[in-house]
Design a protein around this ligand. Structure first.
Ligand SMILES: Nc1nc2c(c(=O)[nH]1)N[C@H]1C(S)=C(S)[C@@H](COP(=O)(O)OP(=O)(O)OC[C@H]3O[C@@H](n4cnc5c(=O)[nH]c(N)nc54)[C@H](O)[C@@H]3O)O[C@H]1N2
Ligand SMILES: Nc1nc2c(c(=O)[nH]1)N[C@H]1C(S)=C(S)[C@@H](COP(=O)(O)OP(=O)(O)OC[C@H]3O[C@@H](n4cnc5c(=O)[nH]c(N)nc54)[C@H](O)[C@@H]3O)O[C@H]1N2
Ligand code: SF4
Ligand code: SF4
Ligand code: SF4
Ligand code: FES
Ligand SMILES: [Mo]
Length: 900
């Protein structure tokens, strides 16, 4: 065949298909529907249900179309008397063991079995078999299992095993008693299940159903395609809306980010907060220490006049703003414009400061762009080695984490560099359990081995980089033995890792906060980019330096210029030509000076210096910033604090004015995921109350500051962004709504977007080897505070818990703080698993519960900052890195003692 395609007919229609595809695939591509029960798109067919049988001319029997490959000249009939008969027989058999009381089934109307029985006229079973009435398992906080409705299609088992890679489900028993179960007779809640619900979504019947599903029937809901508001994977899903209330979510099947999968937070924890009774519903003004309800005019006038008053007294740069990485690009653009055009200051920042600012600064310095270089699919499919540094993706980016689990299963070698045992250390090729805060030494040690063994890519170094000689001199000092001592690892482990990474054809570096949140965070990032450049693993598929961004739209908040040194698109505020462009567009003179970072603003205000007014949009630094006492001092020292929030957070409680904004489910706009992909956010509900679009709030304040501003729509703001930002020039809501999949840079309307950065040439021109030297963390354990505290996250809760803390199922799994401690340290302190302990540092103290085990190394402890009953930020250190001003959340010294 000239075009190498196979030609066949299906139901008389001429169809072309690629060789090797099945009849089912060819039919579905041609829009011809064949019934299936056990077929799962991304997995090898199970071919057990036989609903998909077809007739093929000249062939005896009825082959299953989900396994039968297409052949040249084949003539297929999908709906004949014979296939109908076969399907009726199967349905009859399935019903023999299946409850037919559809009225009470939660899946009524969304059940394939019911649909097919209707289609094929099967109302009753003709079998008088034994009906087993098995007990239901309702122990999962998220879904129920009714074995009596199971048709043994094994979709759940295969989804869990092959896509989620959890193996929670197994098939047991024989004949009529065969059922899907949890191994060892466990109940769901005691199994390895992590609640992603992907099995529930795959189940074609009412056997597995989400809790609360009885509240609606499928035909009653409106579906609104949007983007998960938690992590920067950016999963696409439909919000299911009944009578202006979100009642569930369904993963979008075709989305390139999540391919129909979700994690527990997206599926079961991303919409309950929207309808929470404690949403802020009208503006509040604090008077004599108490909040009172205010009108919008009153509140907005007060914000503008107080901010102006402060500037008249202390100067233009005495005010600042923190923007919200949970909100849309459009909101973030409007916020930085309020700060720059309305207030005339570049003191604007976002939570990237405390997260990946080290990546933004570090990679921009060495490569020319601070973003993830390659898409998620590209660095998990068909790669030989993954070097995972300080990243816990199965908890923090779970749909990406599952991709890595699948890659490992297919044979990718995984090197985990993390002081703790994380889920992915199971099955990894190497776990380098480095001492927290020693990433630079680790990366230099890797380079030392690579150079001394001649594993570098000389052509790449020669043609595409500069600064190599200076770095070579430095890394010569980092012999495996010396690095082994600094990092507390086996030098041979380091050698093995270096060889594995360097020799691989395709090997991405994937990293996260274990690298950035240090007083040497930016150098840690640059040391990793040195490593990738030295072996030429940049600017091509399956490689790169890939910071997994955290918040759903933290990439976007940075892209939109919610940063003190840059306008949208990383255009420098100190560049006169850039400033002139924005002055012309916005119609007024703008500040030529770099602004202050959020961490600098808080530090100054804590000392009573320079910063007197703050506008905080959707951040809760009282919970999330390090050293809570210091944050409290900073916020209390302000003359004026305004907070735009969904809830009365701890930060909002300290405000003079609180403005109620709206959540992702109540707005139009876009998020930019970790891959720089533009993801649409769409309005699903409008709630009762006086809440306003966040961008509208900013426009109103800006107008009251004397710079009239009004936005027609989120789409219009996106157009304004495109007109001022070369890397966004070709983007529009219309293109996204038409189904285009676009990652920036996308400079023109006909540009297809840029999935992989630095191909052929670095954004900087030549890549720069940064001469990074190891420096120890700012506060190390000593006699008074002998343990090293590492902080981070866990699967079920998200940051300050503003959203996940309002989802009942999630809170049932875990809702209290804990500290992980090694068995040896616990024994030395006389602490047993489950004991209450006091944790103290030079900054403060808290009480929590000990989890004793082997997850953390000796001398180290771990806590999350999710839980109000024991927030680790009371003890963390507010010291920052000098380049990006990112706090050292990952290392501080603490003492743990047993209570009671
Ligand atoms: N479930 C959940 N998901 C989330 C979030 C959440 O709160 N909950 N938050 C989102 C946000 S904002 C972000 S930024 C991301 C963060 O995602 P991650 O950075 O993956 O999460 P963390 O748990 O903060 O830290 C990752 C790992 O760094 C390790 N680590 C600590 N110190 C060091 C070190 O010195 N060197 C090395 N190599 N490793 C070290 C820790 O042991 C930890 O396993 O997650 C996002 N996703
Ligand atoms: N100890 C320790 N502390 C840490 C970290 C750590 O690893 N260890 N990690 C740090 C990191 S990486 C990050 S990113 C920060 C996160 O810190 P925060 O940004 O403070 O945390 P979030 O919980 O994401 O809070 C966002 C707030 O935005 C509000 N919000 C959400 N959407 C909208 C909206 O559309 N409009 C409005 N008006 N408000 C909205 C929510 O109600 C919530 O209160 O925490 C940091 N803190
Ligand atoms: S919810 Fe997820 S982890 Fe749990 S059994 Fe289903 S697929 Fe497996
Ligand atoms: S529980 Fe659902 S998905 Fe699992 S085997 Fe039974 S019918 Fe199939
Ligand atoms: S992986 Fe991230 S974006 Fe996807 S569903 Fe989970 S929290 Fe949401
Ligand atoms: S779908 Fe083909 S055998 Fe089940
Ligand atoms: Mo973050």
């Amino acid at each position: 065949m000239e075009n190498n395609l196979i030609h066949l007919t299906i139901d008389g229609v001429a169809v072309e298909a690629v060789p090797g595809s099945t009849i089912l695939q060819a039919a579905s591509a041609a829009g011809i529907n064949i019934p299936t029960l056990c077929y799962l798109k991304h997995l090898t067919p199970d071919a057990s249900c036989r609903m998909c049988v077809v007739e093929v001319e000249g062939r005896r029997g009825l082959p299953a179309s989900c396994t039968e490959e297409v052949r040249e000249g084949m003539a297929v009939q999908t709906h004949t008397e014979k296939t109908a008969q076969a399907r009726r027989f199967i349905l009859d058999l399935l019903l023999s063991n299946h409850c037919t009381d559809c009225f009470t089934c939660p899946q009524n109307g969304a059940c394939r079995l019911q649909d097919y029985c209707w289609e094929y006229g099967v109302e009753h079973t003709s079998y008088q078999g034994k009906r087993v009435d098995a007990p239901k398992d309702v122990s999962s906080p998220f879904f129920n299992y009714d074995p009596n409705l199971c048709i043994m299609c094994r979709k759940c088992e295969r989804t869990c095993e092959s896509l989620q890679c959890r193996e929670t489900i197994s098939i047991q028993g024989r004949g009529f008693d065969t059922k899907m179960t949890i191994p060892f007779g466990r109940r769901w809640k005691d199994s390895s299940c992590e609640g992603c619900g992907n099995c529930v979504a795959a189940c074609p019947t009412g056997a597995l159903t989400a809790k609360g599903a009885k509240k609606f029937r499928p035909w009653e809901v409106k579906r609104v395609r949007t983007t998960c508001p938690h992590c920067a994977v950016g999963c696409q899903y439909d919000l299911l809306v009944k009578e202006n209330r979100i009642v569930g979510v369904d993963a979008a099947p075709g989305s390139p980010t999540n391919e129909g999968l979700l994690c527990v937070k997206g599926r079961f924890g991303s919409y309950q907060f929207v309808h929470s009774g404690d949403r802020l519903r009208h503006p509040l003004i604090k008077e004599n220490g108490a909040f009172r309800r205010a009108s919008w005019d009153e509140a907005l006038d007060l914000v503008a006049s107080r901010m102006k008053g402060i500037q008249e007294q202390y100067g233009r740069d005495s005010v600042g703003g923190f923007s919200c990485s949970r909100a849309t690009n459009e909101d973030n653009y409007a916020f930085q414009k309020l700060m720059r055009a309305g207030l005339g200051t570049n003191n604007v920042d976002n939570c990237a400061r405390v997260c990946h600012s080290a990546s933004v600064h570090g990679l921009a310095t060495t490569l020319g762009s601070g973003a993830m270089t390659n898409p998620m699919a590209d660095i998990t499919e068909d790669v030989d080695v993954i070097l995972l540094v300080g990243s816990n993706p199965t908890e923090a980016h779970p749909v990406m984490g599952a991709r890595i689990r699948r890659a490992v299963r297919r044979g990718t070698k995984l090197i985990v560099v993390d002081p703790r045992k994380i889920d992915l250390t199971e099955g990894c090729a190497l776990h380098l359990q480095i001492k927290p805060g020693t990433n630079v030494a680790f990366a230099n040690g890797m380079l030392n081995v690579i150079l001394s063994e001649g594993l570098e890519d000389r052509d790449f170094i020669q043609n595409r980089t500069e600064g190599f000689e200076a770095l070579r001199e430095i890394v010569a000092e980092y012999t495996p033995e010396r690095v082994g001592e600094i990092c507390h690892i086996d030098p041979d482990g380091l050698r093995a890792a270096a060889r594995m990474y360097a020799a691989a054809r395709k090997a991405p570096i994937i990293y996260c906060l274990g690298v950035t949140e240090h007083s040497t965070g930016t150098e840690g990032v640059m040391a990793l980019s040195n490593l990738a450049m030295a072996v030429g693993k940049l600017g091509r598929s399956g490689c790169g330096v890939n910071p997994l961004r955290g918040q759903n739209n933290v990439q976007g908040a940075c892209d939109m210029g919610a940063l003190p040194y840059q306008y949208p698109g990383y255009q420098k505020v100190t560049d006169p030509a850039v400033r002139e462009k924005f002055e012309k567009a916005w119609g007024l003179p703008l500040s030529p000076n770099d602004g202050l970072t959020s961490t600098e603003m808080l530090a100054l205000s804590a000392r009573g210096e320079r910063i007197h007014g703050l506008f905080i949009f959707g951040e809760d630094p009282m919970v999330s910033d390090p050293d809570t006492a210091h944050v409290r001092r900073a916020l209390e020292n302000l003359d004026f604090l305004v907070v735009d929030e969904l809830f009365m957070t701890e930060t909002a409680q300290l405000a003079d004015v609180v403005l109620p904004g709206v959540s992702y489910a109540e707005k139009e706009g876009t998020f930019t995921n970790t891959e720089r992909r533009q993801m649409r956010v769409r309005k699903a509900v409008s709630l009762e109350g006086e809440m306003r679009q966040d961008y509208d709030i900013f426009a109103e304040v800006e107008t009251r500051l004397g710079h009239p501003c009004r936005y027609e729509s989120a789409a219009a703001i996106y157009d304004e962004i495109a007109s001022l930002t070369p890397s966004f020039g070709g983007l529009s809501h219309a293109r996204l709504d038409a189904g285009e999949d676009l990652a920036w840079p996308c400079p023109a309307k006909d540009h297809p977007g840029t999935p992989i950065l630095h191909v052929g040439k670095f954004a900087r021109g030549l890549g720069w080897f940064y001469p990074a030297r190891y420096r120890p963390s700012a506060e190390l354990p000593d006699g008074d505070y002998p343990l090293m505290m590492v902080t981070g996250r866990m699967l079920y809760h998200y940051n300050t818990r503003a959203m996940t803390g309002r989802a009942e199922g999630i809170c049932q799994v875990v809702n209290e703080s804990y500290i992980e401690i090694s068995s040896r340290d616990a024994a030395a302190l006389g602490v047993a698993h489950g004991d209450r302990v006091k944790v103290s540092s030079r900054r403060g103290e808290l009480e929590t519960t000990a989890r004793v085990g082997d997850k953390v190394g000796d001398g180290e402890v771990f806590m999350t900052f999710h839980f109000p009953d024991g927030n680790v930020n009371k003890v963390t250190n507010a010291v920052t890195d000098d380049i990006a001003h990112i706090p050292e959340y990952k290392v501080c010294a603490v003492r743990v003692s047993k209570l009671g």
